[in-house]
Design a protein around this ligand. Structure first.
Ligand code: WT7
Length: 637
């Protein structure tokens, strides 16, 4: 494959950017022409942000897996598509070439078919980071089923909510997953979830950990048995289902400012074109490069930059099952050395956590294969940026700070490695096709440079969110109703003198904890489930490693009089309801919450107190009972 659309200089970037604004349709059609289509589109773009209705490559027919697999077989079927590094470094790693991956996807597509899965069906995937996860995802895409991958750290309740919302009748899981020294009993968690989802017809279970599981008759089948059945059929082919450009490819749930996570829907063609384009340009992919994105496929980063972006480009994608700190804090560097990784793409929280171990874990590790470093998920602080630059990149590797979201499908604002200028803590410049706008509270555009505001995007790009599954109105109100004719990101942003963008963090009630998005309302709902809790309010506070920590103020009328035990009970409840990632870091018991006369909690005040800023709380005159503030600020954890 060649990438005539790969930008190779700052001037080329400027020219591409200009063209993308002057003639967006011509620009994207030029790129889309390099993919494999069963039938070309009739119209490049049809859109309005009012409904919203956004259609890219309208009338086009394709299957994304033909672009990720089949089209590479001729010229480099023997190139590794996936290198898999297991949790335990003693276990053998696996390599799947494009040809092998293609075969396995076809095999599993036949398994899906034999189990009654058809185009348009929703399939929930809850697995650890094993190659079969990528195979399951691609096999769904091949048969035209809509995958909904759920991160392995979510609880049974969260899974049930998502399965019900998507009305998914099929589940693919593992007996268990290895993560560091832990073994997570995935199938047991699924069983707990499915108590609430009687409509689920089939659960396909892959063996990974040999954790004991209960297989329910008529519902549960083993992955391996199903594969054997396909083999006895004599290795049938599975011609990819012909999909419409705008057929949904997947649903991925993410948190918003309301209690219930929303199912972000991405469609086939636009998502494919945009993830490929950004992969090739941001990381400056060169044929043969080994790309190590450390995210889990349960998040959008894994969807776009472990699976679809790299594979559509014919790259080698490294998938890692474990965690950065096991068996020790040198694990990433061991992987880089062992597999001669060229690009590492990780989260600031991981960098900060590794920084905490000092330089010892880096000693003697050969990182000379590295060419590009990437970060994603949250603002990166200056200290972490320099540590990454000096100690990992040895000051020879450009760092790309990529800002984007589940809803955007691919990278929106980032420098292009070694091509456009980097600036520590700045995502820098928009990708071609992306038109950022800063607006003030009133919705007025803030023009000029050296200004701050709420970040919006003015024009659709190919992988913009199409809808929230089953509730289009929610998509409209969340993203397109705050500011007229603009997509609202929920982020605050600064544009410096040179027009470079720095994302300053969420301006809504969404937290970013270790790069994971969690809604304050979601955590409050979970806390409030606890029998002893009367009411709660959750805010974020700066946390050295996680970026943001979760601070909960709780009105509690429990019985056992032991505050620490009560805290543990509440934490346990949150873990059960959402998952361990949403556990509060701090819980303060209070007798009241600062509310306005209309009953709204003044989070601004709670945020300040959580940040330890107890003096300048600003205007509290709107409060129903200003006395409550003194109690809270003098209270202890
Ligand atoms: C939120 C989206 C996109 C993949 C991972 C997160 C924050 C993301 C950056 C960055 C500053 C960032 C934003 C955004 N964010 N990347 N480079 N600099 N902030 O996806 O879970 O949908 O979260 O993550 O606040 O809105 P997500």
């Amino acid at each position: 494959m060649s990438f005539p659309y790969q930008i190779r200089s700052f001037d080329e970037y400027k020219a591409a950017y200009k063209k993308s604004v002057d003639d967006p349709e011509g620009f994207w059609a030029g790129i889309a022409g390099h993919f494999y289509w069963r039938k070309r589109w009739d119209k490049v773009l049809d859109w309005n942000f009012r409904e919203p209705k956004i259609e890219w490559f309208k009338g086009g027919k394709l299957n994304i897996t033909e672009n990720c697999l089949d089209r590479h077989l001729g010229s480099f079927g023997n190139r590794p598509a996936i290198i898999w590094e297991p949790n335990d470094p003693e276990e053998h790693h696996r390599v799947l070439t494009y040809r092998e991956l293609h075969n396995k996807v076809i095999q599993f597509a036949n398994v899906l078919k034999n189990n009654g899965i058809r185009k348009g069906d929703r399939v929930c995937i809850y697995m650890g980071m094993v190659p079969e996860l990528a195979i399951a995802v691609l096999a769904c895409a091949r048969v035209g089923a809509i995958h909904s991958v759920i991160f392995g750290g979510f609880s049974a309740q969260s899974i049930a909510d998502r399965i019900i919302d998507a009305n998914a009748e099929f589940v693919i899981t593992c007996d268990g997953a290895f993560r560091g020294n832990k073994e997570i009993p995935l199938k047991n968690v699924i069983d707990d979830a499915l108590v609430q989802c009687k409509f689920v017809k089939r659960v396909i279970v892959l063996t990974r950990t040999r954790t004991p599981v209960s297989m329910i008759k008529g519902r549960d089948v083993w992955w391996e048995d199903e594969i054997k059945k396909v083999e006895t059929m004599g290795h049938p082919d599975y011609p990819a289902e012909e999909m419409d450009a705008e057929d949904p490819l997947f649903i991925l749930y993410t948190s918003g400012s309301t209690g219930k996570p929303k199912g972000v829907v991405h469609t086939s063609a636009g998502y494919m074109v945009y993830t490929n384009y950004t992969f090739v340009n941001v990381f400056q992919y060169q044929p043969g490069d080994i790309h190590f994105c450390t995210a889990d496929i349960g998040w959008i980063t894994g969807h776009s930059y472990i699976v679809y972006g790299p594979l559509s480009a014919g790259a080698t994608s490294l998938m890692f099952e474990g965690i950065p700190t096991w068996p020790d804090a040198g694990r990433f560097w061991d992987i880089v050395e062992k597999h001669k990784v060229n690009v590492i793409y990780t989260a600031p929280t991981a960098i900060r956590s590794l920084m905490g171990f000092g330089l010892e874990p880096l000693k003697g590790k050969d990182l000379s294969s590295l060419k590009v470093l990437g970060t994603v998920g949250e603002p990166i602080n200056e200290e972490a940026w320099h540590w990454y630059d000096e100690h990992v990149g040895k000051k020879k590797c450009p760092i790309v700070d990529t800002w984007w979201q589940t809803e955007t499908g691919g990278v929106m604002i980032s420098n292009l490695a070694g091509i456009t200028p980097a600036k520590p803590t700045y995502a820098t410049l928009p990708m071609p096709g992306v038109q950022p706008v800063l607006v003030d509270e009133k919705g007025e555009e803030i023009e000029g440079n050296d200004v701050s505001g709420n970040l919006c995007i003015r024009f659709p790009w190919p992988s913009i969110i199409r809808t929230t599954y089953g509730d289009h109105e929610r998509c409209r109100t969340n993203y397109f109703a705050t500011y007229e004719n603009m997509y609202f990101t929920g982020d605050g942003c600064h544009r410096d003198e040179q027009g470079m963008y720095r994302i300053t963090g969420r301006v809504d009630d969404v937290l970013n904890v270790s790069g994971h998005r969690i809604g304050t309302a979601e955590v409050e709902n979970a806390i409030n489930m606890h029998a002893g809790v009367v009411e709660s309010a959750v805010v974020g506070y700066p946390h050295d490693i996680k970026g943001q920590g979760i601070y909960a103020y709780v009105i509690y009328q429990g019985s056992h009089g032991d505050d620490n035990l009560s805290r543990q009970d509440i934490t346990q409840t949150v873990s059960r309801i959402i998952g361990p990632i949403a556990k509060p870091d701090k819980i303060q018991f209070v007798t009241g919450l600062p509310k306005t006369r209309s009953g709204k909690i003044m989070r601004r005040i709670l945020r300040k107190i959580a940040e330890g800023e107890t003096e300048q709380l600003g205007d509290t005159s709107a409060l129903l009972d200003p006395g409550v503030v003194d109690e809270i600020r003098n209270g202890k954890l």
